[in-house]
Design a binder for this molecule. Structure first.
Ligand code: NOJ
Length: 530
């Protein structure tokens, strides 16, 4: 794979550290716990680990409110634990990606503490402070992502500060060069310690309209939607100047070899592409969340893949995401049969796949009793279906009381409902989802066509999604049945091949020619190489 980079041919595995493995019996996962579970990740066959934030934090948003960018929260361990983990990840041949949260700090960050003291504070301009509107209300109509006004009045100085998320997460002012330099130093702190890259939180939010103009009303808003959607976010994010900020971050990474910059961006494709940057000097991988957001419909997914492929800038590397800590579990959305097809899709598409912990064993949304709700979003906008806790529950290692995650009561409920929805059971069962993921990851490593090959659409109808991957004489056909009825796909005249892998256990080696009979919920990988 020497002609491509690790973040191009590799697979990224996202760990939500509170929920992966508790090593010290406090019911919350930690860095040492992750280290102890590394043999599992090696066995599974992923190439890089992205860990959600573990920095010191009051945990108002579970680590996405950072109080110190250059340390480890005691809940998760120490810098020494981090170094040990990093050493072992690298010794296992994997890469380590950190979550970087530059848009906002915690309100307990010393920078904000200093900023709020007086209007003349040296750090006043590190955040976004404004006078009240003439009626005493907030300076503009912007809405927080978690509901309510995005402005918080601060008695001490009689001004409002802006927070795109919780009031405990004041937004930094990235128009101020001192903020940029301070954050670049934070990046270097971790790069010097050997991290291989960053997933940058809400990167499209970093710059806001200079004049902080009101956002226009969204005419398509419907009352069941989140409050944020009442307005069109025209002025509060995705501003042209953000690309300069990202290019500067990228330049910091370029001071080191082989590092990756991944951007978290929820935008339509045409806006997303700008985040590769002019001359590809922006994010290496602007996250592509289309599979999370689209109806599970073969025709629709077929066209979105093609639209994405076409929209990519020359040389821009694609990527696909099937789950993360902000979205409902994929196996819950699609059911167990299609979760297998989805695994096959994620790991055969062209582009770097990101896999969310637990999706490989089909973890589903875990019911959270009202008294155990943790997610601040659910607390702010209750009962509307925004709770992210159900997709953040402890990794299910076995079917013991605490699923092998901890020997204390875990911070979120564990899921006991299905005795085989855990690593131990599925490791034993060749037909499990876990073993399917392992086989797919292995195949992706063996077959260059799958990891780095070209993508070629194949015409199909109804519930069938088909495409080819090709690389230097190697040609692989992927046929996925996104429906629950059997189908026949007519292959082009003269097309012949052999089954490499079926997600329903069809025998490898079976010869295919002329027509391909595909069962309900089946996904097939067929080698067409002569
Ligand atoms: C995006 C993160 O993924 C989410 O979990 C967090 O709440 C917000 N950014 C705010 O940092």
């Amino acid at each position: 794979m020497s002609d491509t980079l690790w973040w191009q041919h590799g697979t990224i595995y996202q760990i939500y550290p509170r929920s992966f493995q508790d090593s010290n019996g406090d019911g919350i996962g930690d860095l040492e716990g992750i280290r102890q579970r590394l043999p599992y990740l090696t066995w599974l066959g992923v190439d890089a680990v992205w860990i959600s934030p573990f920095y010191p934090s009051p945990m108002a948003d579970f680590g996405y409110d950072v109080a110190d960018y250059c340390d480890v929260d005691p809940i998760f361990g120490t810098l020494e634990d981090f170094d040990r983990l990093s050493t072992d990840i690298h010794a296992a041949g994997m890469k380590l990606v950190l979550d970087f949260v530059p848009n906002h700090t915690s309100n307990r960050h010393p920078w904000f503490q200093e900023s709020r003291i007086s209007r003349d504070s040296a750090k006043r301009d590190w955040y976004i402070w404004r006078d009240p509107a003439p009626d005493g209300g907030p300076p503009n109509n912007w809405i927080s992502n978690f509901g309510g006004s995005a402005w918080q009045f601060d008695e001490a100085t009689g001004q409002y500060y802006y927070h795109a998320f919780l009031k405990e997460q004041p937004d930094l002012n990235w128009r101020n060069p001192e903020v940029r330099w301070a954050m670049h130093d934070a990046l270097r702190f971790w790069l010097d310690r050997g991290v291989d890259g960053f997933r940058v939180d809400v990167i499209w939010h970093l710059i806001k309209d200079q004049e902080l103009r009101d956002n226009p009303i969204n005419p398509a808003y419907e009352p069941h939607q989140r409050e944020l959607n009442r307005l069109l976010e025209v002025h509060s994010c995705d501003q042209p100047e953000v690309h300069e900020v990202i290019a500067e971050m990228r330049a910091v990474l370029e001071e080191y070899d082989d590092r990756v910059l991944i951007g978290e961006i929820y935008l339509p494709i045409e806006r997303l592409m700008a985040y590769y940057g002019s001359d590809l000097k922006g994010a290496h991988l602007p996250f592509n969340f289309q599979l999370l957001q689209s109806a599970w419909d073969a025709r629709h997914i077929d066209s979105l893949i093609q639209e994405y492929e076409t929209a990519l800038p020359e040389g821009g590397w694609p990527n696909w995401v099937l789950g993360n800590h902000d979205q409902a579990r994929i196996a819950d959305r699609l059911g167990p049969d299609q979760a297998r097809v989805a695994a096959m899709l994620l790991l055969t598409l062209r582009g770097t796949p990101t896999l969310y912990y637990g999706d490989e064993i089909g973890m589903v949304q875990v019911p959270i009793p009202p008294e155990r709700v943790q997610d601040p979003w659910e607390k702010n906008e209750p009962g509307l279906g925004f709770n992210r806790d159900p997709a953040r529950t402890p990794m299910q290692w076995d079917d013991s009381d605490r699923v092998g995650f901890s020997n204390a009561e875990p911070w979120l409920p564990v899921d006991h409902r299905e005795p085989t929805r855990n690593v131990a059971a599925q490791k034993q069962d060749r037909s499990s989802l876990l073993c399917l993921y392992k086989q797919l990851l292995e195949l992706r490593r063996q077959r260059k066509a799958l990891s780095v090959g070209r993508y070629r659409p194949v015409t199909a109808e109804g519930d069938i999604l088909a495409f080819r991957r090709e690389h230097e004489g190697e040609s692989i056909l992927i046929v996925l049945n996104l429906g629950s009825a059997a189908h026949r796909l007519m292959l082009d005249e003269g097309t012949r091949g052999r089954v490499v892998l079926s997600c329903l256990g069809r025998k490898a080696g079976e010869e295919i020619s002329g027509a391909l009979e595909i069962s309900a919920n089946e996904g097939l990988i067929v080698d067409l190489t002569n």
